[in-house]
Design a protein around this ligand. Sequence first.
Ligand code: F6R
Length: 367
Amino acid sequence: EKGGHDYFMLKEIEEQPEALANTLRGHFSGGVVLDEQRLSEQDLRDVNKVFVVACGTAYHAGLLAKYAIEHWCRVPVEVELASEFRYRDPVLGRDTLVVAISQSGETADTLEAVRHARTQHARVLAISNTNGSQIPRESDAVLYTHAGPEIGVAATKTFLAQIAASYLVGLALAQARGTKYPDEIEHDFGELEAMPEAVRSTLSVVEQTRGLAERLCSAKAVLFLGRHVGYPVALEGALKLKELAYMHAEGFAAGELKHGPIALIENDLPVVVTMPSLKGHPQLHAKLVSNIREIQARGAHTVVITEEGDDAVRPFADELIEVPVVPTLLQPLVTTVPLQVLAAEVARNRGFDVDKPRNLAKSVTVE
Ligand code: F6R
């Protein structure tokens, strides 16, 4: 049942192309269509503020949603940990859209954030992998991810599906608000539809990442760096390594290095960097190359995840993992894959149960 693997998580990592395809299926018919839609086009047009609330990995999907929604819809987006959101009296009203992302649909903090938003008359849209779960039931609209059941406690395929679903919400909003032309929406949806294939070809990094995991498994700590959409990916890479391999891991925005974290760099400390697209963000790319040079000069063992053919960063990468070239906003769908494999394989090397990390539950129904 583990599809020939030692643990479910690897099977679920390999199911990601299918999870993405299933999540996108049926959502384009002359325009983007959502699932249970109890919000009118007018409601969507009136939205003047978006909050995304979620926990853990789903929160990282929310951080990515912000890049897409602000860019496409020209509406301000705030992303907040559900456990913080409802205790700080956020400014909400009828024109606020709260997007609650929860794989299980039962996470207590996210559910309470939804309830709070509704008492303030905000519109709530849920993104969930579980049909009929509590969060979708209490929301005005639902977009289901169709990743299938996830057995591993650590979220993998549901994360990629959450990213795709939040981008669909972004396109639906852009469509309603007229910030994108219909042919642009169709084009962007087409780019999303090409992602299952790109993720499938990314799976070829599994073997290489296994070797890397063997070399990293006795490190004292691992740092993760990224910029723009690479930043939430860094946070996700660090979370996965913490929860599965019980290693100290931190994700940073690369631009913050100089403001403190660079003091952590010492000889042989592994630093995993996800590079921005060379074509999409040449200036950011150059900045990251200079960050990498800086940390390598201070002795860090640099592990660089970048697109195929990125020769500019090669000289500064002690380890190089190549992923397919895809549009900038979609990069996290491919760059996350090696980080998931890395965490799982470091955990396996250290002798831990990859599917059932200690102290963690798949569905967190207490606050
Ligand atoms: C990490 C992980 C958790 C969940 C979080 C939210 O691998 O799985 O951080 O993402 O507990 O869960 P849901 O999405 O069910 O609300």
